[in-house]
Design a protein around this ligand. Structure first.
Ligand code: ATP
Ligand code: MG
Length: 507
């Protein structure tokens, strides 16, 4: 829409006012059914003739409309930028709603991570209205509206149960090779950009709690899938037939776990029933998307709970097979290290500190690394070369499932290598380890191993003292290395299957 038309619309609104609002209230839960796909690039449109888009222009049959006074969302808790986008789209005659996690988290009294907007404006129409808009995604178009560091994501109402972000930048998807139908053989959706009505958009979303729409028209909430009741009961319920929805997009299996951990919601019975059986479907998801999802799973502030659910639901057997296979004894230090790393991650995030996938994956794959070393060392002391070899194997196997971008896998290897180097008892060894760019992460990892119950002969404390001392005490500690038997010594072990030199002994 051009600026003249926009002005005209605004003028009409000033002269003739807004249309009377009328909303439909239905107490009955809506029927959830799959709708027929609409023609591509043809969003259902009901733009008000008075310029501003009104709720009364929309078909809300089957929806429950919750009035401003009957819900707890206040405009003050919504990002001003998201509100700006809603108003601008409305003023231009488009329907626009806050949807997804933004509405859900506000209803729960939490601070949303981000704000998503759904509209009947096409991506191109949105781009025309906003100078800061960028259309992203090849198969499914999403508009990113950038406000400094904040990105508001706007999508066009979609028909069909098209997976969000599906194949966005990922045409080499394993499951779609050679397939061009609407669904893959496993039922996965392959066709995108099928625009639809708000009702259709609601029912193609994943969970009922994620399908609530907030409008600035009367500040109401529109609930097509009984999401409000599920939020009240703290239940995570998938919309539609669970198995069908997981087949359409197996990432929903991971999302079920993620939201259950994040929101503290119980996964509703029918929603949870097929999870174990269908976990194998994740095989068809590209490693790149699974890496993104695993980072979301573990960096949302609820990694410990998420990790427990991954184990419980056997989704972990698919996502992290090495970890699951080598942590059956949950009391073994290597198993405890993983749990502690997850807990630490949550604490760090709660304190506003950063976390890196490198450290997370270093911890997650540590049990598998130790297992590999145990297999290959045959009782000999662990050399750097042997460890690098084991790391290659362990990382290589994980890469078949989740990609790990190079910068993270390099840092992971460095954290592991530092476990050997921090145990070296020479002055030069200590100095070079201390100057290593990944020293801090390596040292934190070392402490985690000790916390998990590994006996490293007090190396952790030595390094703590070393760092706390300034130049003078540090020099004396370095001097003492050569003379006394204290300090970070390579621990003498009788020849055994266990790795020496602090590489761990708890596989
Ligand atoms: P958060 O941003 O807090 O992680 P969210 O619910 O906003 O949670 P997003 O990934 O931002 O999650 O997605 C926004 C919304 O898009 C979701 O709430 C959901 O309605 C819909 N959605 C996202 N992914 C899918 C999917 N795979 N299948 C169906 N709907 C999805
Ligand atoms: Mg979101």
């Amino acid at each position: 829409m051009g600026p003249e038309k926009l002005m005209l619309r605004k003028l009409t609104r000033v002269l003739f006012g807004k249309r009377a609002k009328s909303v439909i209230h239905t107490e009955e839960p809506p029927e959830i059914q799959h709708s027929a796909p609409r023609k591509q690039g043809n969003p259902e449109r009901s733009v008000s003739s008075t310029g501003r888009a009104n709720l009364s222009d929309l078909d809300l049959s089957g929806a429950r409309v919750i009035e401003r006074e009957d819900h707890c969302i206040s405009r003050k808790s919504i990002s001003p930028n998201a509100l700006k986008v809603l108003y601008r789209l409305n003023d231009a005659g488009y329907h626009a709603f806050l949807v997804g996690g933004g509405v859900r988290d506000l209803l729960l009294g939490d601070t949303p991570k981000d704000f998503d907007i759904a509209s009947n404006a096409t991506p191109e129409e949105i781009r025309e209205l906003f100078r800061n808009a960028m259309i992203i995604g090849r198969r499914f178009k999403i508009v990113h509206l950038r406000y400094g560091r904040e990105i508001i994501e706007a999508t066009t109402f979609r028909a069909h149960h098209t997976a969000e972000n599906e194949f966005q930048d990922d045409t080499s998807h394993r499951a779609i090779k050679g397939l061009d139908s609407a669904h893959s053989s496993s039922g996965m959706i392959l066709r995108d950009n099928v625009y639809g009505s708000i009702n259709e958009d609601a029912l193609r979303r994943d969970f009922t709690a994620n399908a609530l729409y907030y409008t600035t028209d009367g500040f109401r909430i529109i609930d097509f899938a009984n999401g409000l009741e599920d939020i009240d009961n703290r239940l995570l319920r998938i919309i539609g037939d669970p198995a069908t929805r997981y087949r359409e997009d197996p990432v929903r299996l991971l999302r079920a776990i993620r939201f259950s951990a994040k929101l503290g919601f119980e996964i509703e019975m029918k929603t949870r029933a097929p999870i174990n059986e269908l976990a194998y479907l994740l095989e068809s998801i590209s490693p790149a998307r699974l890496f993104d999802e695993s980072v979301k799973l573990l960096t949302g502030g609820h990694a410990e709970k998420t990790y427990a659910l991954l184990r419980q639901f056997k989704v972990g057997d698919f996502m992290l097979p090495g970890t699951m296979a080598c942590t059956r004894d949950t009391e073994a230090p290597a198993s405890r290290l993983v749990v502690l790393a997850m807990r630490n991650t949550d604490t760090r995030l709660a304190e506003g500190k950063s976390v890196t996938p490198a450290f997370l994956f270093a911890a997650l794959l540590w049990p598998a690394l130790l297992h590999e070393l145990e297999k290959t060392s045959a009782g000999k002391a662990i050399t750097l070369l042997a460890q690098q070899d084991a790391a290659n194997k362990v990382i290589g196997r994980q890469l078949q499932i989740t990609s790990i971008p190079k910068r993270f896998s390099i840092a992971m290897r460095e954290i592991w290598e530092l476990q050997l180097r921090l145990g070296v008892q020479t002055k030069r060894g200590v100095e070079s380890a201390h100057q290593h760019p990944k020293f801090r992460a390596g040292y934190d990892f070392l402490l985690l191993r000790e916390d998990a119950g590994e006996d490293l002969g007090g190396i952790g404390q030595w390094w703590t003292d070393f760092q706390e001392g300034d130049r003078g005490p540090q020099d004396s500690m370095l001097e003492a290395l050569g003379k006394s038997s204290t300090g970070p010594r390579r621990r003498r072990r009788k020849p055994s299957r266990k790795p020496a030199s602090g590489a761990g002994d708890n596989a």
